[in-house]
Design a protein. Sequence first.
Length: 333
Amino acid sequence: MLKWLSKRLIIAFLTIFFAITLSFFIVKALPGDPIDILTNIFITKYYMSYEAARAMAEAAAPFVPKGPLWQQYLQYITNFFKGDLGVSIAYTGLQVSELLAKAIPWTVLVVATSLIISFALGVLIGTGMAYLHGSKIDSFLAVLFSIIRSIPEYIVALLLLIIFAFNLKWFPTGGAYSSNVTPGFNLDFIIDALWHAALPILSWVIVHIGGWALGMRGSTISVLGEDYITYAKARGLPGRRIITTYVAKNAILPLFTSFMLNIGFMFGGSVFIEYIFSYPGIGRLMVDAISKRDYYLMLGIFNIIIIAVVIAALIADFLYGVIDPRIRRGTQS
């Protein structure tokens, strides 16, 4: 077991290292320069001359990396493994780690809650669909979820925003909390934050619940056809025990890895949903970073996602062996 874990840790570290290296050179290869972009913003916003706007942009962004590309890479990778993610160009003078620390909790609130709700409901509905396989209800839900899965996130988010925020005025139109509440661990702030997060969460759940339901349906149908299920029924075991002990446990295994990887990708936020609802999460921060060519902020976001996904895959690999004894025996042999 220790040998297996050591091997996985080495693979995880190398994966992170090469992925971070690749992301660095991809980001640096993007067309556009942060000084040019800031110059154009100042010209458009303040009607300045090019020379004045350029001077203002250079003064506002003294943290643009300079020097040969290989030197920039060595400096970045060294600082990264020291825990220094660099300084933002767009948010002049602010550490990237500080910006991420502010944005990640909001993204986790929305995406983690949405992921848990959509996964739990999808598994329950998918299991029910499998037991009703071939019925009108099963056919209707299969078609419905297939249609919903094909609808882009931003369409669902816009519809919910128009109906429930602008027309019915049941929910706020954007933001993470109201200006008249004091941020902190108090009941008023928690309720207000959940109220603001409700529509982003609902948007995410609507789009993703169909995938989990259809996946669980197919997996459950496959398990129901196995010989050990037929044998369990022949032994006269109670239906509830067959569902919980044999069917559900084995049917959910193929979905488990996807669920864990989604936990890793959670730190990338949901770009369209956060942007539409003006939600201050990682997704919205990513849009700002890309549009302003904020190199260090882009790298910080991309690399946090890389690390989260690799760690989630590592945990999934370990837990899969705990859940499925056949895998555990394979790793020990």
